[in-house]
Structures are given as structure tokens and as C-alpha cells.
Design a protein around this ligand. Structure first.
Ligand SMILES: [Zn+2]
Length: 356
């Protein structure tokens, strides 16, 4: 019986979404996957600048520690603040005491005249925005940053951009971090990525993926339910399954409990050890998190049969690399009140831009 676990890992996050809560109501429809992207997330990411990105990441990192998560695999997009965005996220996480692997999600949905397209033809030439996104990933990794090459999704990229991203990732010895068949609008993802995907790729969602692809699949049950895209049926896939939040916090205990009940709804013969395997797979990307120490308000943390059904456990303290970075609601490297205040100020700026 123990009240201690290793640090937890979130295998898919969007730290830029930490400021989104409380944002102004969208003006257009939000009754489909594409309209949710168009009228919420693609308006939000286009309004971001580097100050907003820093404080959004700092808030997301602080909240990750408060839930025992010490490592985050982040996927970032800010089409009007591309250059320097990954270093900004990396610095914010370091300042708080969280490890991050971040990538810039390239896309051709913004054409060279600045017009937004909700999907693009596969024959479209690489846009300058996509080129700048790849360059940002390259510059970040070349300068020693921990990252991958990010791609938004096949349905917003031409074939040229997909193959350039795959080639760049391979030349850098990293994988591609990409949303795959999250909604039915990305049904062609399987055929278009089949010749490109590698074992070190992170395939996010794979709800409607019509074939097997090389790589690990990241399951995000809360996000999938929130966007009503369907159940990903992770137990039917041959790939390693990892667990992420897709930008709604980084509380992996909570996400794993949600993953468990969603799995049981689909197949009542499954048990909590299955979801525990998914959490374990997250350590492939951050093996050092196993040396981090999280102390909880609950004993029997070693048993998935306990953690799957205990909904009120609290994190008491977190040590990363033997340094206490969180204890009793307080960060040790930064002032949590300052993080919340600055994040609120940046959220206000962001909301004003969205209203304008
Ligand atoms: Zn995502």
C-alpha cells in the first residue's frame, strides 16, 4: 500500500487552450466538428501572441503539477505568432518545473492571402504559413528544444506539406505529432498517411481511422465526448495506446477514470488494468518521469482497481528530479497567484481580440 506514484505524463495537450475557458460565446454555429474548429479553436489560435502563449502555458503547467502531471506532450498552433512560439512554451514550462515536448502543428488552411479554408485539396502547394511552421519546429529542435514535428491534420494539409513534414521529422530523428481521423471530415487520413507514418509517430484520436498505421495512438476520451466525434475503440487497435487530454487540463488520473468508464460503456468485460497500460505507455516519451515523486491523499495508489473508483484524491506534493516543485497548493518555483493573475490579464486581452 502506497500513497506515492511516479510523475504522470499527458501524451497530448494544447497548452494554448488554458486561456480559453470563459471565452466569449462563438458567433457562428458550433453544431459539428468542423464548425467547432472554425468558430472556436481556429479563431482562438489566430488571436494568440507570445505573451498570451507564455502565460497560457505557465497556467497549464501549474495546473498539471497540481494534478500530479510532470510531463506534457504539447501540440501548438498560433498562425499570427509562429516564430519563437515553441521556445516560449518550453520556457514557461521550465519556469514552473514541468517537462514539455512541444511541436508546431503545420497546416495549409491559411492560404498565402490570409484566407481560411476549413479543408484543403490534397494537391495544394505548401503555403508559406506551413513552411514557417516547419521552420519553427526545425529551429526549436536544432537549438536543443525537446520536440517533434507537428502537423494539424491531413484534411487541412496538401500532400506536399505532409511529405515535407515526414521527411523533416525523419531527418531530425523525431516523430510526427498529428491529429488523425478525429472526425469523419478526416476520413482520408489513413490512405494519405499510410506510406509516411513511422513507429515514432503520435497519431492523435484515430476515431475514424480506416486502416492500421505505424505509430502510437493517443486516446483523448473527454475531448472526443465533448466534440461528439464518436468512440475511438482503442482496445481494437494493434498500436500502443497512450492517453491525452487534448487541451482540457492535464489531470491524468481524472482522464484515466473517464477512459475507464467510457471503455466499460463500450465493453463491460474490460477492467481498469487496461487503462493503466495506456498510462504506462505514456512513459515511452518521458522515461525520467518514473523518477518523479507524487504524494497523494489516498493510499493504495499502486492498484488501478482503487484509482479507477476513487474520485476525490488530492495531490499533496510533487518532486521533479528530486526538487520539490509543488506542495499544498503552492508552486515552489513561481507564485501561483501571479500565474493566475497574469493568465487572467492575458485571457482578457485575448477575449477583447476575439470580440473585435
Ligand atoms: Zn489535439
Amino acid at each position: 500500500m502506497t500513497n506515492t506514484t511516479p510523475g504522470m505524463v499527458c501524451a497530448h495537450h494544447h497548452l494554448y487552450s488554458s486561456l480559453a475557458r470563459g471565452m466569449p460565446a462563438p458567433r457562428g454555429n458550433t453544431d459539428s466538428f468542423i464548425s467547432i474548429l472554425e468558430n472556436i479553436w481556429w479563431r482562438l489560435d489566430a488571436a494568440l501572441d507570445l505573451d498570451m502563449i507564455y502565460w497560457s502555458a505557465a497556467l497549464g503547467a501549474a495546473e498539471a503539477l497540481a494534478s500530479g502531471t510532470t510531463c506534457i506532450i504539447d501540440h501548438h498552433e498560433s498562425p499570427n505568432a509562429i516564430e519563437g512560439s515553441l521556445a516560449t512554451i518550453s520556457k514557461a514550462c521550465r519556469d514552473v518545473g514541468v517537462r514539455v515536448n512541444t511541436s508546431y502543428g503545420v497546416t495549409d488552411r491559411w492560404d498565402n492571402d490570409g484566407n481560411l479554408h476549413s479543408s484543403v485539396n490534397r494537391s495544394v502547394k505548401m503555403t508559406s504559413a506551413a513552411r514557417r511552421g516547419l521552420d519553427e519546429g526545425l529551429a526549436f529542435i536544432k537549438s536543443g528544444g525537446r520536440g517533434m514535428i507537428g502537423v494539424h491534420a491531413a484534411f487541412t494539409c496538401g500532400d506536399e506539406t505532409l511529405s515535407e513534414a515526414a521527411a523533416l521529422a525523419s531527418s531530425l530523428g523525431v516523430g510526427v505529432h498529428i491529429h488523425v481521423a478525429e472526425g469523419i471530415d478526416d476520413l482520408d487520413a489513413g490512405s494519405r498517411l499510410e506510406s509516411l507514418a513511422q513507429d515514432d509517430w503520435l497519431l492523435v484520436h484515430a476515431v475514424h481511422l480506416d486502416r492500421d498505421l505505424k505509430g502510437s495512438i493517443v486516446h483523448n476520451p473527454r475531448s472526443n465526448m465533448n466534440n461528439s466525434v464518436g468512440y475511438a475503440k482503442p482496445t481494437e487497435r494493434p498500436n500502443p495506446i497512450l492517453l491525452g487530454t487534448d487541451g482540457i487540463g492535464a489531470n491524468m488520473m481524472e482522464e484515466s477514470r473517464l477512459a475507464y468508464v467510457r471503455l466499460r460503456e463500450y465493453d463491460v468485460t474490460q477492467n481498469p488494468t487496461v487503462v493503466n497500460t495506456w498510462l504506462d505507455n505514456n512513459y515511452q516519451f518521458f522515461p525520467e518521469a518514473k523518477n518523479d515523486k507524487v504524494v497523494w491523499s489516498y493510499d493504495s495508489m499502486e492498484s488501478p482497481w482503487h484509482t479507477a473508483f476513487t474520485t476525490d484524491m488530492q495531490v499533496l506534493s510533487v518532486d521533479v528530479d528530486n526538487e520539490r516543485v509543488y506542495e499544498d497548493g503552492e508552486l515552489k518555483r513561481m507564485d501561483i497567484q501571479e500565474v493566475r493573475t497574469k493568465a487572467r490579464e492575458q485571457a482578457q486581452r485575448l477575449f477583447e481580440r476575439l470580440e473585435a
